[in-house]
Ligand binder design. Structure first.
Ligand code: GLA
Length: 382
C-alpha cells in the first residue's frame, strides 16, 4: 500500500485502570496502566492529499479519503478513529497532510481495554513524527480524545488516551484529569508476590450506545444543581450535604447514587495512592472491591458477567477485584497472590461455564510502556 517500505512503525498500547472509574468525565482522579498489547501503525507521509488506511484486523480493504474533505460524520466504522485524529490535528491548525497508515493490533476490541485509544494514539504518534510536529504526549492524548469526542461522536474522558500516550513500563499513571498533572507510580507486583489478572468477560461493550453518555449527563446535571463546575469540586467531606441537596429533586435518588460513586471513587484513588506510596500493595485489594460495589450499585454500569468474575475471584483467594473501563461488559481486574493465580483462573472459568456464559479470556498484566516509535528501520530487510 505504500509503494515501498513505510517510513516507520509506531506502537500504542491498550490499558487497564487500577482504580478511578467513571471519574474522568467529572475531571477526577484515575490510575491506569498500559498493557503489553499494542496497536501498530506502519506509516508514511503522502504528498497527494490522501489519507489511505487499512487494517489487518478489519475486513473491507483499503479506505481512501481526501484529507481536505474530512468532517465529522463523513467516515464510518474503524477508519473514523484515525481519520478523526488527522481531522483534529488540522482543526487545531497543525500542518499535517496526507498519509498512508497500515494497522495491526493485538488489543482486544470491545473488551474495555481501550483499543480505540490505542488506534487513535498510534495514529497521532505517527503523524506527529512524520510531520515533525514535536507534540508532547499530553497534547497527543488531547487530540486523540478530540477525535473520539467530536469526529467519532463518543463523549469519553481523557483517561484512555493519556494512558496510551504517557504510561511508562513498570508504573501506573496517577493522573489528575482536570489539570493533566501526572505522576508515574512504581507498580512492581512480582516483588510483592502478586499478579494482576485481567478477566475479559467477552461481553462486548460499546461506549457509543447511550448509557455512557447518559451517566456523563447525569454527573453534569448534578454538578449544575450543586452549583459547581464538575463533581470533582465536591470534596469527600462535603458528600453528605451534597446528597441532601440533591435528594430533594424529582430524580434525586438516581442523581445521589451517581454522585456518591464519583465522590467516593476519587477518594478511593487517593487511598490507593497512599497505600502504594507506603509500599502496602496488598492492602489496596479491599478498595478495588469497594470500587466495584460502587460501580455496580451506585453508578450502575456493571453486568452479571463482571459481577460473577469479581465475586468468584474474591471467593477463591483474590485480594480484591473490580470491573475496569466503561463497563456494561468488557473486563474485570483482580489482584491475586502469585500462588493462587492458577486456582483463581480455574475457578472463574468454571463459574462462567456453570452460568452458561462464554469462556472468559484471562491473562496477567504487567505495566508496559506508552506509545513509542519502534527502533527499527523498515527500509532495511531483516
Ligand atoms: C471509558 C472512557 C474513559 C473512562 C472510562 C470509565 O474507557 O473512554 O474516558 O470514562 O470509560 O472510567
Amino acid at each position: 500500500m505504500h509503494g515501498g517500505p513505510p517510513a516507520g512503525v509506531w506502537a500504542a498500547p491498550g490499558r487497564v485502570n487500577l482504580i478511578g472509574e467513571h471519574t474522568d468525565t467529572s475531571e477526577g482522579l484515575v490510575l491506569p496502566l498500559a498493557l503489553p498489547h499494542t496497536t501498530l501503525a506502519a506509516a508514511s507521509a503522502r504528498g497527494d492529499g490522501l489519507l489511505r488506511l487499512d487494517s489487518a484486523d478489519a475486513p473491507g480493504g483499503v479506505v481512501e479519503l481526501r484529507v481536505a474533505d474530512l468532517a465529522p460524520g463523513a467516515v464510518a466504522g474503524w477508519a473514523a478513529y484515525p481519520a478523526g485524529v488527522l481531522w483534529a490535528m488540522r482543526a487545531a491548525g497543525l500542518p499535517v497532510g496526507g498519509a498512508s497508515l497500515h494497522f495491526t493490533s493485538v488489543v482486544p476490541t470491545g473488551a474495555g481495554l481501550s483499543s480505540s485509544a490505542a488506534l487513535e494514539v498510534a495514529t497521532a504518534s505517527a503523524l506527529n513524527d512524520l510531520y515533525g510536529l514535536g507534540l508532547a504526549a499530553e497534547r497527543i492524548a488531547g487530540l486523540a480524545q478530540r477525535a473520539e469526542n467530536d469526529f467519532v461522536g463518543v463523549p469519553c474522558g481523557i483517561m484512555d488516551q493519556m494512558a496510551s500516550a504517557c504510561c511508562t513500563a513498570g508504573h501506573a499513571l496517577y493522573l489528575d484529569t482536570r489539570s493533566l498533572a501526572h505522576r508515574h507510580v512504581p507498580l512492581d507486583l512480582a516483588a510483592h508476590g502478586l499478579r494482576l489478572l485481567v478477566i475479559d468477560t467477552r461481553v462486548t461493550h460499546a461506549l457509543g450506545d447511550g448509557a455512557y453518555a447518559n451517566r456523563r449527563a447525569a454527573c453534569e446535571r448534578a454538578a449544575r444543581e450543586l452549583g459547581v463546575p464538575t463533581l470533582r469540586d465536591v470534596p469527600y467531606a462535603a458528600l453528605e450535604s451534597a446528597l441532601t441537596t440533591l435528594a430533594a429533586l424529582a430524580d434525586g435518588p438516581a442523581l445521589c447514587r451517581r454522585v456518591r460513586h464519583v465522590v467516593t471513587e476519587n477518594h478511593r484513588v487517593d487511598e490507593v495512592i497512599a497505600l502504594l506510596d507506603a509500599g502496602a500493595v496488598r492492602a489496596i485489594g479491599p478498595l478495588l472491591t469497594a470500587g466495584h460495589a460502587s460501580l455496580r450499585d451506585d453508578f450502575e454500569v456493571s453486568c452479571p458477567e463482571l459481577d460473577l468474575a469479581v465475586t468468584t475471584a474474591n471467593a477463591s483467594g483474590a485480594l480484591g477485584a473490580r470491573m475496569t473501563g466503561g463497563g456494561f461488559g468488557g473486563s474485570a481486574i483482580s489482584l491475586v497472590p502469585e500462588a493462587a493465580a492458577d486456582a483463581i483462573t480455574t475457578a472463574v472459568t468454571e463459574a462462567f461455564a456453570a452460568a452458561a456464559h462464554l469462556p472468559p479470556r484471562i491473562f496477567s498484566a504487567t505495566p508496559a510502556p506508552g506509545a513509542h516509535r519502534l527502533p527499527i528501520d523498515p527500509a532495511t530487510p531483516a
